[in-house]
Design a binder for this molecule. Structure first.
Ligand code: ZN
Length: 86
């Protein structure tokens, strides 16, 4: 089953079991404090602590993390296809 679908449509207790069974962390979100699993981390859902160092946030806080990163002038570096090919 797709991790994104589990995160979006399954209840929190199921996500906790999924994290436990498949070896993902199950920790409080640094922004809202609600527990979420490592399988729910996705691209861009991180709040940057410094350049190159970020902390994953729960799916609901993704937009808030982006706003904080923008306010602090941090961006999440992405390796583009152009960089890899050159
Ligand atoms: Zn959160």
């Amino acid at each position: 089953m797709n991790k994104e679908l589990i995160s979006k449509y399954m209840p929190r207790w199921f996500n906790g079991c999924y994290a436990f069974l498949f070896g993902y962390f199950w920790l409080p979100c640094p922004l809202c404090g609600k527990k979420f699993g490592g399988h729910e981390c996705s691209d861009g859902n991180e709040v940057m602590l410094s350049y190159g160092e970020g902390q994953c946030v729960c799916p609901k806080c993704g937009e808030e993390a982006k706003r904080i990163n923008k306010k602090n002038n941090y961006f999440i570096p992405r390796i583009t296809k152009t960089l890899i090919n050159n």
